[in-house]
Design a protein around this ligand. Structure first.
Ligand code: HEC
Ligand code: HEC
Length: 323
């Protein structure tokens, strides 16, 4: 039985000595998991101090788990930060916030300058959440930054920590293929994310997030890159069974997922070909290419970018789940 239970990594609690006191070993049930076995372990929620700083950390975690409720002004879809950054930003190999926090400021080719951590957070609102970026210094960013800072407690700065981002994936043995990807999807993903990729809700609450369509990430998002998606999927999907797909299957299904209709790139110049040339001119993006007779990104069949607010209709905020 497959359930909506996030992968849980149990730390042995072993602290490795000698200059690497932040390393701990975790048991990965899937022996084929590409996630490094030794990585930093963030402190538990119980270690959040009962201070004004601790309150800020908790606010950040609430936003991270339920952005449509706690940061609704900036969110344009039904995704949560924690849908991609699993275990609320703690899970190694699922772009954990402890790995990110210590890696900024950093140069990003995406915008051609050195980005602060807050600016990096802005990008996820604009693209992954298909929303509007909070201004620098906005309480939403301060809370999220406090949460990431807390998770990174004791980690060295300026280090590419094992478990940061997604595990690198070799190139597929043969060129990735949409049709094979559709097959992988039907067999391994549709039961949760739906045949139509639009996810599933229960009692008004999204239980399986949308992989494409109006309620998913937009064309500018990191997950819209086939390479990022293949790496994420291979390490983390099907949920709880990370490492079970072959390298080929991960590339095929990522190609299938990233060849579907999703909200417009907010950097859209008004012309699909020009937008591809400027922002998607690489083998990992299907934007502007023709799939099933339609041009991906064609405004006629593309939901708008920055469609906010999504939560306007959802009346009472649901209580924050503690995992
Ligand atoms: C057992 C149910 C289940 C299966 C099967 C499953 N997923 Fe997921 N998937 C989830 C859940 C639940 C989340 C969100 C996790 C969270 O919030 O902790 C998720 C998150 C994702 C995300 C990031 C969020 C988003 O909406 O973009 C992607 C991408 C994804 N899954 C792709 C896949 C692919 C591809 C497959 C098949 C290879 C797959 N999943 C199979 C349950 C599943
Ligand atoms: C649809 C999946 C998805 C969602 C939802 C999402 N992210 Fe991300 N995030 C990614 C991907 C993919 C990357 C890596 C992108 C890249 O390398 O270009 C990333 C990168 C990041 C990074 C930098 C990580 C690093 O190691 O440099 C931060 C910080 C971050 N996201 C925060 C957030 C926050 C906060 C939210 C919610 C407001 C959020 N993300 C929502 C997919 C997502």
């Amino acid at each position: 039985m497959k359930g909506a239970v996030p992968t849980v990594l149990l730390a042995t609690g072993l602290i490795v000595g000698g200059g690497a006191a932040w390393l701990a070993t975790s048991h990965h049930s899937a022996s084929r998991s590409p996630v490094p076995a030794e990585h930093f372990m963030p402190p538990p929620d119980s270690a959040i101090p009962k201070t004004p700083f601790g309150d800020e950390v908790r606010r950040g975690e609430h936003i991270f788990r339920e952005p449509a409720i706690y940061a609704s002004a900036f969110v344009g879809n039904q995704l949560r930060c924690s849908n991609c950054h699993l275990s609320a930003g703690r899970l190694a190999g699922a772009s954990p916030m402890w790995g990110a926090y210590v890696a900024y400021p950093a140069y990003r080719s995406k915008n051609g300058h050195v980005n602060s951590f807050e600016e990096r957070l802005q990008g996820c609102f604009r693209f992954s959440m298909n929303g509007k970026a909070p201004k620098l210094g906005d309480p939403t960013l301060v809370s999220l930054e406090s949460y990431a800072f807390f998770l990174a407690h004791g980690a060295p700065t300026g280090v590419d920590l094992p478990g940061r981002g997604f595990p690198k994936l070799p190139k597929p043995p043969v060129a990735a293929d949409y049709q094979r990807g559709a097959q992988v999807y039907a067999e391994n993903c549709a039961s949760c994310h739906g045949r139509d990729g639009l996810g599933q809700s229960s009692g008004g609450r999204v239980v399986f997030p949308a992989l494409w369509g109006a309620q998913s990430f937009n064309w500018g998002a990191g997950m819209g890159s086939i390479k990022n998606a293949a790496e994420f999927i291979r390490a983390n999907m099907p949920l709880g069974l990370g490492g079970s797909l072959s390298v080929q299957q991960a590339w095929d299904v990522a190609t299938y997922m990233d060849s579907q209709v999703r909200p417009q790139d907010p950097r859209f110049t008004g012309d699909v070909a020009a937008t591809r040339k400027k922002f998607h001119n690489n083998a990992n993006s299907m934007y502007g290419l023709t799939v099933n007779g339609g041009v991906l990104g064609d405004p006629a069949m593309t939901p708008p970018a920055g469609t906010i607010p999504v939560a306007a209709s959802s009346a009472a905020p649901a209580p924050v789940q503690s995992e």
